[in-house]
Design a protein around this ligand. Sequence first.
Ligand SMILES: [Zn+2]
Length: 263
Amino acid sequence: MKAKKTKGFKKNLSFYRINFSFQPPYQLVFDGNFIKQMLDHNVDLDKQLFKYTKAKIWKHTTLCVLRELTSLQHLFPRVFKYAQGLSKINCKHIDGVSPAECLIDIVQPKPEFGGINNFFWICTQDDELRSNLLQIDHVPVCYLFQNNLFEMAEPSKTCKMNIKSLKEIKYLPNEKEKLIILPIQKEIKKLQAEKRMEKERKLAKELAIKIKKPAKGPNPLSIKKKIQKLNKTINKRRHKIKNKKTRRLNKQSVNNEIIEQNS
Ligand SMILES: [Zn+2]
């Protein structure tokens, strides 16, 4: 049977690696329902992830998740036992909060620690929690797709837009660079304008020459033919007139002879 492929794990992981500096060994944090799904479908997560990342993973849960699983251990003993064996993140929720609240809180950037100070992948089968986590730009959100395939959710549109804006700002010149760049830009614009004007002047000059140049006359050979044709017609007409005159003169001379004889 052909192995199923994940939809976009590698692409999404590259996004987080490039834009948020995620590096191996990767830190995965599980909630109860992810652990249950993983155990129910005998998912070998280490094997799957090594195949995709060629890197080691560290598996964690939080004290709040464990607290909830402790209260449910009679229903899900395997899940509780598995969670007990994981490393526990000290979320510092002394009174305990829901697993969803806890997981959202541990990935929040902490200004007192200089902003983003964790590189957790949060693994959950809870749709609502996944969509809430995706609103925090730097958090890879993972789940099991088609029951047993490990998948990383596509970063949100807002996250992608924020990254794009940050990159644009990054490549804008600072005040010092502006002082150097602006005069150069002005000089380039000036040179470009001069070049354009020179081109236009050259074009105008060429056009003026073309207008002054007389238009080409008709083919002299065709004129010659026309003249020959006209001469022929004129000659024909002359010949006709000459013949008419001769005939009239001849008639007159005959009449004169008759008159002379009668007289
Ligand atoms: Zn907690």
